[in-house]
Ligand binder design. Structure first.
Ligand SMILES: [Zn+2]
Length: 79
C-alpha cells in the first residue's frame, strides 16, 4: 500500500461520508479501508465526529469552530 493511496482516501473521506462519490470511488475506498488500519481509523474518527456534531447540534448548521473543537476533543480522547 502506497502513501499516495492513503492520501487519496483521506482526501475523499468527507465525500465518502457524504455519499457523494461514484460507485467506483466508493469501491476503491472500501477496499482500501479493508486493507489499511490507518485509513480505517481515520474513517471511524470522521464518522464519530459527524455523529457527535449531529447529536450536539440537533441538525442545525454547524459552526466550523465547533467542529474544530469537537475534533480536538476526540483526538485527545483517542490518544
Ligand atoms: Zn491507507
Amino acid at each position: 500500500m502506497t502513501v499516495d493511496t492513503c492520501k487519496g482516501v483521506e482526501h475523499q473521506l468527507q465525500a465518502y461520508l457524504d455519499r457523494s462519490l461514484t460507485p467506483d470511488e466508493v469501491g476503491m475506498i472500501e477496499v482500501h479501508l479493508g486493507e489499511c488500519e490507518y485509513c480505517r481509523q481515520r474513517y471511524h474518527f470522521e464518522a464519530q465526529l459527524r455523529e457527535t456534531v449531529k447529536t450536539v447540534c440537533c441538525g442545525d448548521p454547524v459552526p466550523n469552530d465547533l467542529v474544530d473543537k469537537v475534533r480536538l476533543q476526540l483526538r485527545a480522547q483517542s490518544g
